[in-house]
Design a binder for this molecule. Structure first.
Ligand code: PEP
Ligand code: MN
Length: 348
């Protein structure tokens, strides 16, 4: 249930409404906007509260019964777009934020080199897996904490924030010492214990859509994190499984306007996992920005034929550079910006 207070409702009136809700067992999340205070009542109350009764309390403008099963992630609860700061890089503001790097962090040297190249092209965040969710237990599983240390060093050297995937609640504390954002992979979107633990942190979380999840299920997973008290969530569309097999997944770009309408959370698109083939990544990246994505997550590798994972979908650095130049033309057409290239980072 969402309670919208009157413009200019007094603090005592707001507190009185909160008191009534808490008394019956709701958790109350308060959002103080410029003109209105909005209260989100979540959880299972011990006794039912009649919205009509609440509406009669002084200072209450409207009580909205939410038909959607999620509350805190919904637009009804928060009208303004949420901006998530990933190590000082704002996702959800005017700038289209590009996160780029290898699928897996393979070596100290390579992640440093790729970081310099993507920074030179205008990326703001270095991506790379230290713990890899591989279909086969015999495939490369990631270099763990060493990989995080190498990525942090590369990020600091080239002025990039750092994102990496967390697979297990036991990794959160250690990973948080190295990264600016924790990625929840498609395979873990409904790992509810992991989501609950992430809700207890104050780390930015990039939540990938599960490969066979509906948008409602995906938003409910985000709700787990917000319900724990962590509002710093970025949604990431990475393609879903359909009957189509010409591409690795079917990249659902319509998720962008759907999420924008239903939720205040920012959404980025991963055209690498979304298509699985490097020649398809560029057109889908362009389309994602044109459709209003707040950012992109793109795999880039300097020797993709030698990559330990996802070489076929990794852009060569020069392809990435060209894509960024194209995005600098597309973004302004829809009122967005993209950072300028920083050629000096290439050699720094
Ligand atoms: C990844 O980003 O490398 C990854 C494993 O992605 P996903 O969870 O979308 O498959
Ligand atoms: Mn990958």
């Amino acid at each position: 249930m969402v309670i919208v207070m009157e413009r200019g409702a007094s603090e005592a009136q707001v507190e009185a409404v909160i008191g009534v809700l808490v008394a019956v067992g709701y958790d109350v999340h308060r959002s103080t906007g410029q003109s209105h205070t909005v209260l989100g009542a979540v959880g299972q109350p011990r006794e039912a509260v009649d919205p009509g009764t609440l509406e009669l309390l002084p200072g209450v403008r409207e009580v909205i019964k939410i038909s959607e099963p999620y509350k805190l992630v919904g637009r009804t609860f928060r009208k303004d777009d949420t901006v998530v700061s990933i190590g000082g890089v704002n996702v959800g503001g005017p700038e289209v934020v590009v996160m780029a790097g290898p699928c897996s962090v393979e070596s100290h040297e390579r992640v440093g080199r790729i970081a310099g190249l993507v920074a030179a092209s205008g990326a703001r965040v270095i991506r790379g897996g230290a713990f890899k969710p591989r279909t086969s237990p015999y495939s490369f599983q990631g270099h763990g904490e060493d990989a995080l240390r190498w990525m942090r060093e590369a990020g600091d050297k080239h002025g990039l924030a750092v994102i990496s995937e967390v697979m297990d609640p036991r990794q959160i504390e250690m990973m948080s010492r190295y990264v600016d954002c924790l990625q929840v992979g498609a395979r873990n979107m409904q790992n509810f214990d992991l989501l609950k633990e992430l809700g207890r942190t104050r780390m930015p979380i990039l939540l990938k859509r599960g490969m066979s999840s509906t948008i409602e299920e995906w938003l409910l997973s985000a709700e787990y994190i917000l319900a724990g008290g962590n509002g710093q969530v970025v949604m990431c569309e990475r393609g879903i499984r359909t009957f189509e097999n010409a591409t690795r997944n079917t990249l659902d770009l319509s998720a962008i306007p759907v999420i924008k309408k239903r939720s205040h959370l920012p959404i980025v698109v991963d055209p690498s996992h979304g298509t699985g083939r490097r020649d398809k990544v560029i057109p889908m990246a362009r389309a994602a920005v044109a459709a209003g994505a707040d950012g992109l997550l793109i795999e880039v590798h300097d020797e993709p034929e030698k990559a330990l994972s996802d070489g076929a979908q990794s852009l060569l650095p020069e392809m990435f550079d060209r894509l960024m130049a194209e995005l600098r033309v597309i973004a302004p057409a829809i009122g967005r910006t993209l950072p300028v290239a920083r050629p000096a980072a290439r050699t720094a």
